[in-house]
Design a protein around this ligand. Structure first.
Ligand code: KIV
Ligand code: ZN
Length: 535
């Protein structure tokens, strides 16, 4: 499908994190960081990346050129650059985007009376002439031209129609309608799009023109306004990751995309976004810009999938759909977090303890639950460390189905890293197994797998120094996922030798998985074998 053929069921995602997003107070991105974000946006599946404002500085131009060359490949996204409706900006923009397989020039001019009077000093007639000349120039350089009447939300509707019609007549293929100062409200915003699509000469529903929404969040309405525009026929939305942008920010990509996904029967629309890449992209943008995501931010906030109230946790353990409208896996998270606190119930505590390797029931569970409630009154969030401390205090220990006795690893530059593992099983048998891997840790994990025989997928491996210096204790944490299940189990191990820490961490995660779920020959101890987490 060419740039100008519209699939009426697809909403194009125009990501402006690297342009409007970078205009967030306090956010500056280095060139290498922009490149990485652009690559990740392509992986996320955005249709258009607005890579920057090339006329703003030589650095901006260089960044846009690099993104155009390296990310704007034939099967990659359209690469757009922003340009004021000025000849120098438009020509510089072209110098930036022309290296992309699918380049776009995005030019804009303020059209509200306020902008005309105080910013450009142009009359309406003069503004129309600027649009005519500059869109014509842009189109002479590039086939794909987007025009934005800036501050459209406060522009006289009749004049807005005239300006859009002029841009279309001069070759613009996308008309973006910015609510630059976040002034409009959803019903009004939807009506504006309906009016523009119905009344703009050359811009009707069958014209091939793509109408685009660009909202700012000054009144917290950016997502609602964008969705109203979509309902009224907009088929491109300009968004940023985490909603970063000028002042209160832009419409956030993840909110609009997940609204379309979650309410598919309502919208009957789709995007090209691979939603499982959302979380990763959000974290990358937050790390590189230094702009933290608020904990209760929809979709990507730390608490977006956390449930604390006891009744919610109980419902979640019985069936996730009781309190969850999206699956955390769909946005790239492992699973919702049950935050243990004073509102948590017995089921939630039991489930978490099982994941930590403590399969408890009956009196012991009651006793621990009472102590947990006392602790939760004094402390808002109960961590895993608190629970482990509580359990050891009660004399309970995580069940160690398999215990490391000795290990030996041979590795180096000659290839074939080999590990030999001696492990004690629950019946007191010493089992020895050796394996070869691509590196020492891989060899060890293969050797452990040969003994434990509990299939799982390693989903996370991290190592960090607990103390400073050459003799630092290296702590390894791992997460594994149980087969045919979305449950993950973590384990950690510390030792001055990080390969030994790695094995301890892996074995502790495996022991937890076995305690909670059992596998093959090994079943969880006591009653727990017959008790599922959903009880
Ligand atoms: O908010 C706005 O009006 C803009 C334009 C430059 C598109 O960001
Ligand atoms: Zn903007």
């Amino acid at each position: 499908m060419s740039a100008n053929q519209i699939d009426p069921n697809v909403v194009r995602i125009f990501d402006t994190t690297l342009r409007d997003g970078e205009q967030s107070p306090g956010a500056t991105l280095r060139s290498a960081e922009k490149m990485e974000i652009a690559r990740q946006l392509a992986k996320l599946g955005v249709d258009i990346i607005e890579a920057g404002f090339p006329a703003a500085s030589p650095d901006d131009l260089a960044a846009v050129q690099r993104i155009a060359r390296e990310v704007g490949t034939a099967d990659g996204p359209i690469i757009a650059g922003l340009a004021r409706a000025k000849e120098h900006d438009i020509r510089t923009c072209w110098e930036g985007v022309k290296f992309a397989a699918k380049p776009r020039i995005h030019t804009f001019l303020g059209t509200s009376d306020i902008h005309l009077k105080y910013q450009t000093g142009l009359s309406r007639a003069e503004a129309l002439e600027v649009v005519r000349n500059m869109v014509t120039l842009a189109r002479s350089l590039c086939e794909d031209v987007e025009f934005s009447p800036m501050d459209a939300g406060r522009t006289d509707p009749g004049f807005l129609v005239e300006v859009c019609a002029m841009a279309i007549a001069c070759g613009a293929t996308t008309i973006n309608v910015p609510d630059t100062v976040g002034y409009t409200i959803p019903a009004e915003h939807g009506a504006m799009f309906e009016m523009l699509i119905a009344e703009t000469p050359g811009g009707g529903a069958d014209s091939g023109i793509i109408w685009s929404a660009h909202c700012h969040n000054d009144l917290g309405l950016a997502t609602a306004n964008t969705l109203a525009a979509i309902s009224a026929g907009a088929r491109q939305v300009e968004v940023t990751i985490n909603g970063i942008g000028e002042r209160a920010g832009n419409t956030s990509l993840e909110e609009v995309v997940m609204a379309i996904e979650t309410r598919k029967p309502y919208y009957n629309l789709r995007t090209h976004i691979n939603t499982r890449e959302i979380m990763k992209t959000s974290k990358m943008v937050s790390n590189y810009t230094g702009l933290a995501v608020q904990v209760n931010k929809a979709v990507v906030g730390k608490n977006a999938f956390a449930h604390e109230a006891g009744i919610h946790q109980d419902g979640m353990l019985k069936h996730a759909s009781t309190y969850e409208i999206m699956k955390p896996e769909d946005v790239g998270l492992d699973r919702s977090k049950l935050v243990l606190g004073k509102h948590s119930g017995r089921h939630a505590l039991k489930a978490r303890l099982q994941e930590l390797g403590f399969a408890i029931e009956g009196d012991l569970l009651n006793k621990v639950f009472e102590r947990f409630k006392v602790l939760a009154d004094a402390k808002k969030n109960i961590t895993d460390a608190d629970l482990v401390a509580l359990m050891s205090d009660e004399g309970a220990k995580p069940v160690e189905y398999f215990k490391l006795v000795d290990m030996q690893v041979v590795c180096g530059t000659m290839g074939m890293p080999t590990a030999t593992m001696k492990v004690l099983d629950q019946e007191g048998h010493e089992i020895i197994h050796a394996a070869v891997g691509v590196g020492p840790v891989d060899a060890c994990y293969r050797a452990v797998d040969g003994i434990v025989k509990a299939p799982c997928v390693l989903t996370e491996y991290a190592v960090h120094a607990v103390t400073e210096g050459i003799d630092a204790l290296g702590e390894v944490t791992v997460s594994i996922q149980a087969p045919d299940s979305d449950r993950t189990f973590s384990g950690s191990g510390a030792d001055p030798d990080i390969v030994v820490s790695s094995v301890r961490a892996y074995l502790s995660a495996l022991n937890r998985m076995i305690a909670a779920m059992g596998h093959g020959d090994v079943q969880p101890e006591g009653e727990a074998a017959a008790v599922s987490v959903g009880d």
